[in-house]
Write a protein that binds this ligand. Structure first.
Ligand code: F6R
Length: 364
């Protein structure tokens, strides 16, 4: 039931503070605020490398998780898309672990990849939204993301719930591996528990984002730029836009711009720069300046500090709450969903049933 919403996708975007809160209620111990998992995992001190495999939006959650696992838990991670992984016959480390991320838990390529990793003796973790799914049944450890049914073909709340549960997993692995001191752990857990409230603040920018989308709907091509754990959010923003508005969009790691894509920039190509103020801000801003110098029209997504220093250069600004860098991927995912949503509505496309797409890809 869509209630007061025009589309399931819109309803699911607006449900995010609630469902992220539901996931945290399960995965964070209310007394200690520390992560707790529903069942035991592998011995994370014995795991030398984690392989993460998924498709589409779920593979972007995997890429974000790579940054988190490596930085916070000091665990090397290999990320692969399932359609490539399943046929590559990749050698997998003895005693290794593999994580499969899937909203449906039925995506054919991801399921085949899971079976391959299982046959290779890996400890199998499945992060799924559908707990009765094939992937959940075949895994050694199942982590439900608790997003509730996702009807819109374009994934929204499943992505942010995947990220939420992944943060809990990363913190619990970090704890076992002893890579965080107590103060640091407390800081990250506190940032995580504030995400639902901050997500609600992001949703308050809906009207502003809708106005920006009216202009975005005129574009033929759009670029999304980000660095670090925000880079996969740029990929996700571009995927969302092309899926439902049919506008050609690409996401790039901001530092890659000068290695090719900068040739595309002119005043007809909006460039969406995802740049929370933090350790990588200056670097991203220098890429933004390269865009501006070529007449590019920048839509800047940043926080109060980022907007104060660089906002005057951007054609449009979306000012997001200031949060710990750890949780920025979840919060920056929301405005890119809304941008895609309102752009598609402005173009009059079928938002919940985009052409040529199916909700669950159970064939190759
Ligand atoms: C994008 C989208 C797809 C899915 C992909 C994987 O909005 O929905 O890219 O993310 O088909 O699906 P799951 O997560 O069910 O394996």
């Amino acid at each position: 039931e869509k209630g007061n919403y025009r589309h399931y996708m819109q309803k699911e975007i607006f449900e995010q503070p609630q469902v992220i809160g539901d996931a945290l209620a399960t995965y964070l111990d209310p007394a200690t605020r520390r992560p707790r998992l529903p069942a035991a995992g592998p011995d994370w001190n014995a795991v030398g490398r984690l392989t993460i495999v998924a498709c589409g939006t779920s593979s972007y959650a995997a890429l974000v998780a790579k940054y988190w696992f490596e930085q916070v838990a000091r665990l090397p991670v290999e990320v692969d898309i399932a359609s490539e992984f399943r046929y590559r016959e990749a050698p997998l480390p003895k005693g290794g672990a593999a994580l499969f991320i899937s909203q449906s838990g039925e995506t054919a390529d991801t399921l085949a990849a899971l079976r391959y990793a299982k046959a290779e003796g890996q400890f199998i973790v499945a992060l799924v939204n559908v707990p009765e799914s094939s992937m959940a049944r075949e895994a050694d450890l199942v982590l439900p993301i608790l997003a509730g049914p996702e009807i819109g073909v374009a994934s929204t709340k499943a992505f942010t719930c995947q990220l939420t549960v992944l943060m809990c997993l990363v913190l619990s692995v970090a704890r076992e591996r002893g890579t965080l001191d107590a103060a640091e752990e407390a800081r990250l857990c506190a940032a995580l528990s504030e995400v639902p409230a901050r997500a609600l603040e992001v949703l308050n920018h809906d009207e502003k984002i809708r106005e920006i989308a009216l202009r975005l709907a005129e574009a033929r091509d759009v670029l999304y730029l980000g660095r670090g754990a925000i880079f996969p959010v740029a990929l996700e923003g571009a995927l969302k836009l092309k899926e439902i508005s049919y506008i050609h969009a690409e996401g790039y790691a901001a530092g890659e711009l000068k290695h090719g894509p900068i040739a595309l920039i002119d005043d007809q190509v909006p460039v969406i720069v995802l740049a929370p103020h933090g350790p990588l801000f200056e670097k991203t801003v220098s890429n933004m300046q390269e865009v501006l110098a070529r007449g590019g029209r920048v839509i800047l997504l940043s926080d109060m500090d980022g907007v104060a220093t660089e906002g005057r250069h951007a054609a449009e600004i979306i000012e997001l709450p200031k949060v710990d860098p750890f949780v920025t991927p979840v919060l920056y995912a929301i405005p890119v969903q809304l941008l895609a949503y309102h752009t598609a509505v402005a173009k009059g496309t079928d938002v919940d049933q985009p052409r040529n797409l199916a909700k669950s890809v159970t064939v190759e």
